[in-house]
Design a protein around this ligand. Structure first.
Ligand code: PEP
Length: 255
């Protein structure tokens, strides 16, 4: 197994917030915040709405911040009204895409097979997939944490057969901690991340960066980023504000 990357990855998922104009305003403010106080050690990434991808990708901030789509359709083009293909996301300037975010799984009904199809589409188009996995509260209470994470991760391993560890990532996002203000404890995060590494090891796979996501805020980011086996964070609500996303981005820097 290859050792984990040393630079943490701090990513923001804007969900259905910010059109192109608001995205540009954010980028101006975030660039100014980074200029005033650079977040030195972290790689940075934003997942704007589909309609704001181009605005972020054309902003000078992309010298410092990567850009990704929140989801892509499995097909490259066709009669799929309202959808975004991986090829179109690349055309708009994306280099990453989320696959299997819990809202896609639980609100839009995407199955493990659907997530694998989206990972395949990312790789076909040259996007780096960030595969989200995580258990519901009910699954955790029933003792199904390992089974759920193993099933969700194993579903995407076949398309990733020939993909280098630095060309994809995993986000462990316990569903009960997303947008709820509940954060997994560092011990919970460590347990899940080590479990995911074990699953990868069982399949002889190199380990990509594994991010923690779920109510990450400026005041808990440092502790989570310092946790064993946590290689970064995926941030929802707190990534919408330039100052709070800047604070999270800098939370891994030595003080
Ligand atoms: C997310 O949407 O991936 C997420 C982790 O959201 P929040 O930080 O708001 O819980």
């Amino acid at each position: 197994m290859t050792p984990p990357a040393t630079r943490p990855l701090v990513a923001g998922n804007w969900k259905m917030h910010k059109g192109p104009r608001e995205a540009s305003v954010f980028c101006d403010a975030f660039a100014a915040a980074l200029e005033a106080e650079p977040a030195g050690s972290a790689d940075l990434l934003l997942f704007p709405s589909a309609v704001a991808l181009g605005a972020v990708a054309r902003h000078p901030i992309v010298e410092r911040v990567g850009v990704g789509a929140q989801t892509v359709h499995p097909e490259p083009s066709g009669a799929f009204t309202g959808e975004l293909s991986a090829e179109m996301a690349v055309d708009a300037g994306a280099t990453w895409a989320l696959a299997g975010h819990s809202e896609r799984r639980h609100v839009f009904g995407e199955s493990d097979a659907d997530v694998a199809a989206r990972v395949r589409a990312c790789l076909r188009a040259g996007l780096r997939p960030m595969v989200c996995v995580g258990e519901t509260l009910e699954e955790r209470r029933r003792g199904h944490l390992e089974g759920v994470l193993r099933r969700q991760l194993e579903a995407v391993l076949p398309p990733l057969d020939d993909t280098a560890a630095d060309a994809w990532a995993i986000a462990y996002e316990p569903v009960w901690a997303i947008g709820t203000g509940e954060t997994a404890s560092p011990d919970d995060a460590r347990e899940a991340h080590l479990l995911l590494r074990r699953v990868l090891g069982d399949h002889g796979r190199a380990v990509p960066r594994i991010l923690y996501g779920g109510s990450v805020k400026p005041d808990n980011a440092g502790e989570l980023l310092a946790t064993e086996a946590v290689d970064g964070v995926l941030v929802g609500g707190a990534s919408l504000d330039p100052a709070s996303f800047r604070a999270i981005a800098g939370a891994s820097d030595p003080r």
